[in-house]
Design a protein around this ligand. Structure first.
Ligand code: HEC
Length: 183
């Protein structure tokens, strides 16, 4: 009898692991669509006249892209320990995960591989770290041009997303999907 109970519990656990694997795969796909869309927006802005129009376009488009519910009910967004848009501020799990990502990076892990998952009674959550690349420092770096500083000060009076160096963790993609967990 005890063995049967053990077996059922083990099977339930295995099932949960499979779900987490599948959901993580889905989440990674969502991240690549979302990242591609953001990249296109940034490039369109940059091509239309450099970082100042690009800031304006990001302000207009990034929250819209994040507000949509994607395929399969996925909610996709970005967060950071130092946000530009206060609407992107982390909640408790996101904050803990962002801090953990910093610790893991400090311990030598590659930013590109930093991920975290969490299953609750109602949703599956997923986070993936975002590295700061060479392109990003024009708007998130230590020295910004005067026109960029002006437009950021005007549009984001609470901006904290400055002072990043290439190779820093800029933040993370943060995703969730509603799930019905069998009880
Ligand atoms: C043209 C200026 C510009 C460039 C270049 C830029 N960003 Fe941003 N970034 C912004 C703006 C504006 C926002 C705020 C968008 C919003 O209102 O949601 C932002 C927000 C973010 C956020 C969301 C968290 C927060 O701080 O609110 C992340 C993460 C981020 N950027 C990462 C990057 C990365 C990584 C790169 C390089 C690939 C990059 N950015 C390049 C202007 C820029």
């Amino acid at each position: 009898m005890r063995f049967v109970v053990f077996l059922i519990l083990a099977m339930a656990n295995a099932q949960a692991d499979i779900n987490v694997d599948l959901l993580s795969k889905e989440a990674r796909q969502q991240v690549s669509h979302f990242a591609a869309e953001l990249k296109t927006t940034l490039q369109t802005g940059m091509a239309s006249g450099g970082p100042v129009p690009a800031v304006k376009l990001c302000q207009l488009e990034a929250p819209k892209i994040a507000a949509r519910r994607g395929d399969g009910g996925w909610q996709v967004g970005r967060t950071s320990l130092k946000t530009r848009n206060p609407d992107n501020a982390p909640d408790a799990w996101e904050l803990a995960t962002l801090k953990l990502f910093e610790q893991r990076k400090a311990a030598g892990e590659n930013i590109a591989t930093l991920e975290a998952t969490r299953m609750t009674d109602t949703e599956f959550r997923y986070m993936k770290a975002i590295p700061t690349g060479g392109l990003c420092v024009a708007c998130h770096g230590e020295t910004l041009s005067t026109p960029v500083v002006e437009v950021l000060n005007r549009l984001y009076p609470q901006d904290r997303a400055r002072g990043f160096k290439k190779g820093d963790i800029r933040g993370a993609f943060t995703l969730s999907k509603p799930v019905a967990v069998a009880k």
